[in-house]
Design a protein around this ligand. Structure first.
Ligand SMILES: Cc1cc2nc3c(=O)[nH]c(=O)nc-3n(C[C@H](O)[C@H](O)[C@H](O)COP(=O)(O)O)c2cc1C
Length: 189
């Protein structure tokens, strides 16, 4: 069994000024950092400046692709915009393909309303599947996103700590299983 730390970066999926998703992503990032045997990195969509003149693998950012290639799992923090995901996040995700295959992904939905981004998560699942990622069956659901952190970004609703712990345990388990599979089990097609 490989005992090397897992690498599970957190991707903040919006560039919007005033984004509440940043507080969520920073909170989740700190929780991932506390997880034993896991290394992480914070990836801010604002730092990924892809041209909009083309799309897909032809506009790869070599650093972003190398980070995804190294990853065993990903956490996506995704705000709900009209029940969908930010177009810029999709544009960034589309720049990789083989880098994602047989790797785990967990999604934290963020919304102003009371449904914790459940609709954006449901809409994102088929995209993640097409990318070759393996989705876990536990999500992060952050409702009333502007109200659950104080002005300095400290989480006020402490119940999220336990919920995210459960989410991360599942993501870590799936990341380990898939790493074992990638390293030891031949793909049969
Ligand atoms: C274009 C747009 C559409 C939105 N649509 C929804 C929505 O469908 N449901 C919802 O609960 N909140 C919606 N919101 C509010 C965001 O979910 C809210 O701002 C939340 O904090 C996450 O986004 P943020 O990180 O950009 O702040 C929308 C916000 C924007 C900018």
């Amino acid at each position: 069994m490989n005992t090397k730390p897992l690498f599970i970066p957190v991707i903040l999926g919006t560039t919007r000024k005033g984004r509440a998703s940043e507080n969520v992503a920073r909170f989740v990032f700190e929780e991932v950092k506390k997880s034993e045997g896991v290394e992480t990195e914070f990836i801010d969509l604002r730092d990924l400046k892809f041209t909009t003149e083309d799309a897909g693998e032809s506009i790869k950012d070599s650093n972003f692709s190398a980070t995804v290639q190294r990853a065993d799992g990903l956490v996506l923090v995704v705000p709900e915009y009209n029940h969908g995901y930010p177009g810029l996040l999709k544009h960034a995700l589309d720049t990789n393909l083989k880098e994602y295959i047989h790797k785990a992904v967990g999604v934290c939905g963020v919304s102003a309303g009371g449904f914790g981004g459940t609709r954006v998560i449901e809409n994102l699942l088929p995209v993640l599947r097409e990318l070759g990622l393996v989705t876990i069956f536990w999500d992060g659901n952050f409702s009333n996103a502007h109200k659950i952190f104080d002005a300095s970004g400290v989480l006020l609703e402490t119940a999220y700590v336990k919920r995210i712990d459960k989410f991360l345990k599942e993501l870590i388990w799936m990341s380990k299983v898939l790493r074992h599979g990638r390293e030891n089990i031949e793909v049969g097609h």
